[in-house]
Design a protein around this ligand. Structure first.
Ligand code: AMP
Ligand code: MG
Length: 404
């Protein structure tokens, strides 16, 4: 008997039934993009480390500019020029004095604002005329404005991107503590499967899932270990699962997950541990198994590559996120669907889309995978779900796309 769960129930099971505690590791920031922080990053420094100008202009006391205008400029003596990379400490400004400061330059003592060069007339005799008043603090970013010691710069669970790495570099942080990459064992089962480098005879097909799932695991932050093609033979499959369970943090078996007599996956997972679910109310992807053996997740994925693809995108990825402690949100965009799609079978239905821009709007064109072949999903940009209680969508409806 299949104990069928809704997609929401599956996510709950993943959340409740598994508890992972993997030893974090330290990596260089040059290798940290795409990794997940196992600890928050707390700054020990100020950013910026000194008061800096955000414009090219003249540093001065803002009070010297009050009441000035185009017609009555404030006359100021130019005391000097701050050079890039220097601290400007040799310049001290008094009343009626200013100094030229380039963008990013240090603010000399006595100044509390910088007037943009556009509002300054240079009389070429060591004096300038300020034509627009400025408030104290104007055009200055003060020491510690952006980051200060003790401030959390990046939270635990963050999937690091290049902007994050740039922030770490600015703070002088060379190493970060990240979650280890979970090792995921991948097994393909089916008497009809042949290796990718073989030419299938009639009745045979190439093993698509090993390569596809391996790519997906790597995209999702894990490492994949391949256990090859296994015949529809209980003893051989059992041996492969035992080896994979021994060596890996999670195991994916694709094929043989429905209830046919030759479909041994469920029996074998049950022997090693327990079955948490058998069947998900989704299309494609119904014959999916999730079990637990030695505390490790074992997925029995549908052999159908398109189904295996959606199940891994939705649920294997949720498991990996949990293993990694990843909290960053999934990437979604809203788009208008280009055509009507029907759905009335009481199961959540997933469809791939290609995205395009038209008159400033994002248009999602659904890909019809009538053939159910993975080649129809090649080139798609994301997918969306039609809820099980929705009868279909009319053209132009707003939908949420999960992007790849
Ligand atoms: P199964 O889940 O074993 O009943 O397989 C369902 C369909 O998926 C069958 O048409 C299989 O030939 C196909 N299939 C199973 N495993 C793979 C695989 N690794 N690569 C490509 N197709 C597969
Ligand atoms: Mg099979």
């Amino acid at each position: 008997m299949l104990s069928v769960k809704t997609p929401e129930e599956v996510l709950e099971i993943i959340n409740k039934e598994f508890d992972f505690s993997m030893q974090p590791e330290e990596v260089s920031i040059f290798e940290a993009s795409g990794r997940v922080l196992a600890e928050p990053v707390i700054s020990e420094e100020n950013v910026p480390t000194f008061n800096r100008s955000t414009v090219d202009g003249y540093a001065l006391a803002a009070s010297d500019t009050f009441g000035c205008s185009d017609s009555i400029p404030a006359l100021m003596n130019v005391k000097g020029q701050v050079l890039m990379g220097e601290d400007g400490a040799d310049i001290r400004l008094g009343i009626g004095e200013c100094a030229y400061v380039p963008t990013g330059g240090a603010i000399p003592e006595g100044a509390d604002a910088v007037v943009m060069i556009e509002y300054v007339e240079d009389y070429k005799d060591g004096t300038v005329g300020i034509q627009k008043p400025i408030a104290p603090g104007g055009n200055i970013i003060f020491k510690g404005d952006d980051v200060f010691p003790g401030k959390e710069v990046l939270p635990k669970g963050r999937l690091l991107n290049s902007a994050d790495i740039g922030a770490l570099a600015a703070l002088g942080i060379l190493k970060v503590t990240v979650s280890p990459r979970p090792l995921v064992g991948i097994i393909s089962t089916g008497d009809e499967l042949v290796d990718i480098d073989e030419t299938p005879k009639d009745g045979q097909i190439r093993d698509v899932n090993s390569a596809m799932l391996s790519a997906f695991i790597q995209e999702a932050g894990g490492s994949a270990r391949m256990y090859g093609i296994v015949q529809d033979d209980e003893a051989i499959l059992r041996a492969a699962l035992e080896k994979a369970l021994d060596e890996c943090d999670m195991v994916l078996i694709s094929g043989g997950s429905s209830v046919g007599t030759k479909d041994a996956t469920c029996r074998i997972i049950e022997e090693k541990g327990e079955i948490l679910l058998h069947g998900i109310a989704m299309k494609p992807g119904k014959p999916t198994i999730l079990g637990k053996a030695d505390g490790k997740p074992v997925f029995g994925l549908p052999g159908h590559p398109v189904a295996a693809f959606f199940v891994s995108r939705l649920f294997v990825s949720a498991m990996l996120r949990k293993m990694l402690g990843q909290t960053s949100a999934l990437r979604t965009v809203s788009a208008q669907i280009s055509e009507a799609v029907s759905a009335n079978h009481g199961r959540a239905q997933y469809m791939g889309v290609t995205l395009s821009e038209k008159e400033g709007r994002t248009i999602a064109s659904p890909v019809h995978t009538k053939s159910g072949l993975i080649t129809s999903l090649a080139g798609t940009d994301g997918f969306f779900c039609i809820d099980r209680d929705c009868e279909g969508l009319s053209a132009g409806s707003e939908i949420q796309i999960i992007t790849f």
